[in-house]
Design a protein around this ligand. Structure first.
Ligand SMILES: *Cc1c(COP(=O)(O)O)cnc(C)c1O
Length: 474
């Protein structure tokens, strides 16, 4: 007995069942570079994409990246439950917005802000966006100061070491600020306090100090830089703020180097960024930026958006972006706490320093850093004659599945070619043993070749500073 009579007037003329178009299955050929005209069933589409991705490198053997390649199953579950949350919909997802704010307060406290409960900050897609926002705040503050004094604002500059990540060169290019890049010289691979002060003038919107450098994992001397700028303020009257680019180090130093003074304890530090997806241990992409107080972030940069019923202050380059990463950051903060982060980062550092020492012991290499700041170290070939370059070593390791980038340093040490290892959560002493084994085999093979095969032109790796804009700015 049908519950709805076939002659029910409402159903007349609509005899077919309507099927969700996604439920139909049509096998078809798949164009490579054009949107296919027809559909595939989900299992086929999944398999095609999955198989293609098998040819990507193995993330666990990738010693080039700083970015998280493993999270716990519980974190993965939480993220998949939150994939549908748009971070910008703070009115619809007030709890997600609240978790973001809690993370900001936790970071403000970790970085010794005077009043973590009122400090401003936000999540971003990564450190790059965070640095753009911090740089904009520096520029706008400088403009306000200059205008108030009746001075011109047409020639802003930002002082930083040439070892900055490419995001700072992008910032300078996109927002038309002169990038004053202090070159390396001799064994000096980082910005020094003296050089920072020497490059400043009345048009300097700020100085960027890096904790630590992507080139070699070393920390820049933030406290010394601040002290030099304090002297400059006394002598010349230029009150120049410091931004700390702690993409990696702001989630390492607080746990591993509690006595190092680099953060808001220094009155001159106006803002700090970090990548939640580096040593914050979250999958890409989430970053954070925190300003020391309301004065450090000019109010005229903050938009009050009246959106879907709520008034919401935002300072961001993006509008929509995923909320799951922010939720995962909060999960990690709860899950690990101070002690958990300390254990994870100290273990990374222990693996890094032990591995660096073993590599130094192999003979052909000289360490530039030893993994005792960021769990990252760079090494080069000794002065002696070698049948190979660092680029040959990188290629030979790649044949064995390991990604260890080789690259040359920036000005004025372009003559220096190095290999770099980044130790991340999940890289164990056991894996380090296997890397040393692979390196030893590679060196035996390379020793037997007639002479060096590869130069810097073979380096596929770019962590930034060597990257050039497509069209040079005049
Ligand atoms: C990685 C890195 C950046 C860029 O960060 P993303 O999170 O990849 O956007 C900026 N500065 C430093 C020092 C870095 O290590």
């Amino acid at each position: 007995m049908p519950l709805v009579h076939p002659s029910d007037p409402d159903r007349r003329g609509r005899p077919d069942v309507s099927v969700n178009p996604l439920f139909t299955r049509e096998p078809t050929r798949i164009p490579r570079d054009r949107l296919p005209a027809d559909e595939l069933d989900p299992d086929t589409a999944y398999q095609v994409v999955h198989d293609e991705l098998m040819l990507d490198g193995n993330a666990r053997l990738n010693l080039a990246t700083f970015v998280t390649t493993w999270m716990e199953p519980a974190a993965t579950r939480l993220m998949s439950e939150a994939f549908d949350k748009n971070m910008i919909d703070k009115d619809e997802y007030p709890r997600t917005a609240e978790l973001e704010q809690r993370c900001v307060r936790m970071l403000a406290d970790l970085w010794h802000a005077a009043d973590p409960d009122t400090t401003t900050g936000c999540s971003t897609t990564g450190s790059s966006e965070a640095c753009m926002l911090a740089g904009l705040a520096l520029k706008r503050r400088w403009q306000h100061r200059r205008r108030a004094a009746g001075l011109p604002t047409d020639r802003p500059n930002l002082v930083m070491g040439v070892d900055v990540q490419v995001c700072w060169e992008k910032f300078a290019n996109y927002w038309e600020v002169e990038a004053r890049l202090v070159p390396m010289s001799g064994d000096q691979f980082h910005l020094t306090a003296e050089q920072a002060a020497a490059h400043c003038d009345e048009n300097t919107i700020g100085v960027v100090a890096i904790l630590g450098s992507t080139f070699d994992g070393g920390y820049e001397p933030v406290a010394e830089i601040c002290a030099a700028l304090d002297r400059l303020a006394d002598e010349r009257g230029w009150d120049i703020p410091v931004h700390v680019d702690g993409a990696s180090g702001a989630m390492v130093a607080p746990f591993c180097d509690p006595d190092l003074v680099w953060d808001f304890q220094l009155p001159r530090v106006a803002s700090i960024n970090t990548s939640g997806h580096k040593y914050g241990l979250v999958y890409p992409g989430v970053g954070w930026v925190v300003w020391r107080d309301a004065d450090a972030l000019p109010a005229d940069l903050v938009f009050k958006v009246n959106y879907l019923g709520g008034e919401m202050p935002t300072f961001a380059l993006n509008f929509s972006r995923p909320g799951a990463q922010v939720i995962a950051q909060y999960y990690n903060f709860l899950r690990l706490g101070v002690d958990g982060y300390r254990r994870v980062q100290l273990y990374c550092r222990e693996v890094a320093t032990a591995l660096a020492a073993r590599i130094a012991g192999l003979g052909p290499f000289r360490l530039l850093t030893d993994g005792s700041e960021l769990p990252v170290f760079a090494f080069t070939l000794t002065q002696a004659e070698h049948n190979y370059t660092v680029f040959d070593v990188s290629a030979a390791l790649r044949e064995r599945g390991w990604l260890v980038p080789a690259y040359t340093f920036p000005a004025d040490r372009q003559d220096l070619a190095v290999l770099r290892v980044v130790v991340r959560n999940g890289f164990t002493h056991d894996l380090a043993d296997l890397l040393v084994e692979a390196l030893t085999q590679a060196l035996t093979q390379l020793d037997a070749q007639p002479g060096p095969q590869r130069g810097p032109e073979t380096a596929a790796f770019s962590h930034g500073a060597a990257a050039k804009p497509l069209e040079p700015r005049e």
